[in-house]
Design a protein around this ligand. Structure first.
Ligand code: NDP
Ligand code: OXD
Length: 354
């Protein structure tokens, strides 16, 4: 999920290097390329905040501190569409972007950009789309995946039950070296998770689109190696972007070929999994259970079977938050670069879809 207004864990600030205050080399309050407005008013360009999740005031404060003179607008302040040259977006209908003739940058406030890609037709040609890449977010994701995996491997639910029943009983847990964890997606999130799990002694394999070499990770790539990647896994963690190739990837056929007793963790997007196939695979005993941070429809309806399944735990898309404090510098820097005509960071390949 993308976005919090209040840092959920202020203690984290000690572990994240504060970037040096950003010094703009261009005056973001004025753009000499802008043609004067017909009414004679001085034209300035503005960054528009479009998110359903927060009112944007925290981003306004952080970004205007980074870029003095920045004209930051929320939808109620949008004004003349010709004055908008950048949009900061999260889970907001993006069709209106088609009406912004001078738009140059669409910055996703999340790491995932499927919410932008679905509205691609509304984004004028030549507009650059960027996403968040932030170590503070990556660390949260690895932490969440570890939590989900260890709860399963070390029998947290079973011990809770025993505790409630005041029963003092041992349950065996496998050694890390005997557990194979498969990570689908070896990018920013998956790559970090693979490194950490490998350092902890797990057997780690990873799957990506193109070939990779990662120390301590058995790397597979391409759709034709997906089954080979899955076959030995005791735990599978999905950290893929949602694209036409990765939608419905985990379906009945794939579950049937997975190692009996495999545990499924999804922290990417709900649409990677055919939900009824997952339930059937768990009910049949093939799959041990699942921890799912994401679902096909969020929030899930009240009668969604996941709520009632004893071997499925859901989370409300909270594995890794976008922390405005750690992400504002990269957004500000990209806005400055865009104004200066310099190459941007964390650019999304719209053809590839991530
Ligand atoms: P990256 O773009 O850095 O990495 C994506 C990885 O997936 C790459 O290794 C890529 O392969 C691989 N991949 C893409 N398509 C395919 C394919 N068809 N077959 C095999 N591998 C493929 O993304 P991030 O790691 O930053 O983020 C991953 C996803 O996590 C996001 O897109 C988002 O949906 C989700 N996310 C969820 C959050 C939450 O709170 N639940 C928070 C943040 C992100 P290659 O390296 O070869 O290109
Ligand atoms: C995010 C995402 O960044 O889910 O939160 O993509």
């Amino acid at each position: 999920m993308a976005h919090i207004q209040v840092d959920p864990n202020p203690a984290m600030s000690e572990t994240v290097d504060a970037p040096a205050p950003f010094r703009p080399a261009v005056d973001v309050a004025r753009d000499p390329t802008i043609v004067p407005r017909p009414d004679g008013r001085e034209a300035t360009m503005a960054l528009l905040y479009l998110s359903r999740q927060t009112d944007g005031e925290e981003w306004r404060a952080l970004l205007t501190a980074e870029l003095p003179g920045l004209d930051f607008r929320t939808p109620g302040e949008a004004g003349d569409p010709a004055e908008i040259d950048a949009a900061l977006v999260w889970l907001h209908p993006l069709e209106e972007l088609a009406g912004y003739p001078n738009l140059k940058l669409v910055a996703s406030l999340g790491a995932g950009v499927d919410h932008v890609i679905v509205a691609r037709r509304a984004i004028p040609d030549g507009v650059t789309v960027t996403r968040i890449v932030d170590p503070a977010m990556t660390e949260q994701m690895t932490e969440w995946c570890l939590m989900a995996m260890l709860n399963h491997l070390r029998g947290w639910d079973a011990y809770r039950e025993l505790h409630r029943e005041r029963r003092y009983e041992e349950r065996r847990a496998p050694l890390p070296r005997d557990v194979t964890v498969g990570i689908a997606g070896l990018g920013e999130m998956g790559g970090h998770c693979a490194r950490v799990l490998s350092a902890m002694g797990y057997r780690v394999c990873g799957w990506s689109r193109g070939p990779k070499r990662r120390e301590g990770v058995a790397c597979f790539h391409g759709m034709d190696r997906f089954a080979d990647f899955l076959a030995p896994c005791d735990v599978v963690i999905c950290l893929l972007p949602l694209t036409p190739e990765t939608e419905d990837l985990f379906n009945a056929e794939r579950f049937a070929r997975m190692k009996p007793g495999c545990f499924v963790i999804n922290a990417a997007r709900g649409r990677h999994i055919v939900e009824e196939d997952l339930i059937a695979a768990i009910d049949s005993g093939r799959i041990a259970g699942a921890t799912l941070d994401v679902q096909r429809a969020e929030p899930m309806s009240g009668d969604h079977p996941f709520w009632y399944h004893p071997r499925i735990v859901t989370f409300p898309h909270v594995a890794a938050f976008t922390v405005p404090r750690t992400c504002a510098p990269q957004i500000a820097e990209n806005y400055r670069r865009m104004r200066a005509g310099e190459p941007l960071m964390n650019v999304v390949d719209l053809e590839r879809g991530y």
